[in-house]
Design a protein around this ligand. Structure first.
Ligand code: SF4
Ligand code: SF4
Length: 379
């Protein structure tokens, strides 16, 4: 087992600076509504993080069963904020699992904000220089400024990249979770009172299916108490994305199924209603978390990692609605707002495997692992 001092420094740098206050009383593990009775968390993660046991934390599915509700932080007698520390460890683990890792290292630092914005801005400027789109006169028609086909091709390229990197991360994570180094719950008492090794069962598909249902319903998140608002806000953001995804599929059906060339749909169109509902959920969900983060000092204000993700979601929702409002108002500012919106959407999608977005993949796999070895929350 190797101690990695840099890992500890990075966790502290990602917002886990209260880590060293922990004196292992285990109050947090008793309080945590997500923790199983056997080998509970987050006490063990706190000491692993203090010692810099990187490999153990990378392969620790429990890390992703935590929803950062901060019930534990509320009761920690040392103010070690284990909920926040685990959030910082997850940021570090995302960095370790991402491909290429040097890119993740740049993006996850505050100075990486320059790169975060510079890449989509430079790509947009290159596009503008090559295609030279002109702001059209008269009625506001976004497709006359930047053709729908160009947006779709860019979407496929960026989305494909994000999926590829996410798949590599998922593969690395699953291997790490199933490696020998990751197990602290490696043995259990078998039927004949003999110790047997706990392994993920072959019921992967079945466990994955029920994990996805849990994620859709947020049933485990609903157990958390202290930051109850996070359950509702997270639910809104999550379903905001799902609904926007459905609306995008509706757009594709309109274009390729019905030959609609310009998607200036009326407000009463079902696809438009879904699109607006998704955007409103994103804005209110992310706005709620942003405001609430300032209101509870005890559980922590969050980290750069949280803030860049939340801010991007909020800005994507706001600019999306802004484009629509300006279009209805007949203002050519809609075209410029659209460019800003595209830059933000690029950042959200292309950097998803390096950002907090990645928790969707890792948490779903951690649920799957937990189900497959019968690791359920304590009663
Ligand atoms: S994080 Fe706090 S509650 Fe948990 S073991 Fe450490 S000191 Fe105790
Ligand atoms: S933040 Fe919530 S889910 Fe995470 S360890 Fe603390 S109590 Fe458990």
């Amino acid at each position: 087992m190797e101690v990695d001092a840099q890992f500890v420094r990075d966790v502290v740098g990602f917002g886990g600076k209260t880590l060293r206050k922990c004196y292992q009383c285990a109050t947090c593990s008793v309080i945590c509504p997500q923790s199983p009775e056997e080998n509970p968390f987050p006490r063990k993660e706190m000491i692993w993080a203090q010692w810099g046991l990187k490999e153990k934390l990378i392969g620790d599915a429990d890390l992703w069963l935590c929803h950062q509700c901060n019930d534990c932080s509320e009761y920690c007698p040392r103010g070690a904020k284990p909920g926040e520390v685990l959030g910082a460890v997850r940021a570090k683990v995302i960095q370790e699992l991402a491909f290429p890792s040097f890119f993740a290292k740049i993006l996850l630092r505050p100075y990486g904000l320059v790169v975060y914005l510079a890449i989509p801005v430079i790509l947009t400027l290159i596009y503008m220089a090559l295609v030279n789109p002109q702001v059209p006169e008269g009625e506001i028609v976004i497709g006359n400024f930047i053709p729908q086909l160009h947006v779709e091709l860019a979407g496929f390229a960026v989305g494909g990249w994000a999926l590829l990197v996410a798949a590599i991360g998922a593969y690395r994570f699953w291997n790490a979770v199933n490696s020998d180094v990751s197990k602290i719950y490696e043995y259990r008492l078998g039927e004949n009172a003999e110790l047997e090794v706990v392994r993920a069962s072959p019921r992967f598909i079945e466990c994955l299916f029920w994990s996805v249902i849990d994620v859709l319903k947020h049933s485990r998140f609903a157990e958390c108490g202290t930051s109850r608002y996070r359950f509702f806000a997270h639910f809104m953001i999550f379903w905001g994305f799902i609904i926007l995804g459905i609306a995008t599929l509706g757009d594709i059906v309109y274009i390729y199924g019905f030959g609609v060339e310009e998607l200036a749909l009326p407000l009463s169109d079902p696809v438009k209603i879904l699109g607006n509902l998704g955007a409103i959920l994103l804005i209110f969900g992310s706005g709620w978390v942003i405001v609430a983060r300032f209101a509870n000092e005890k559980v922590g204000y969050g980290t750069y990692f949280d803030w860049i993700f939340l801010s991007t979601i909020f800005a994507v929702g706001l600019t999306g609605v802004g484009v629509e409002a300006l279009r209805y108002a007949g203002s050519t500012a809609a075209y410029y707002m659209y460019l800003v919106h595209l830059v933000l959407v690029f950042s959200l999608v292309a950097y998803a495997p390096y950002s907090k977005f990645a928790h969707w993949v890792y948490r779903t796999l951690a649920y799957t692992w937990a189900k497959s070895v019968g690791r359920e929350p304590q009663k």
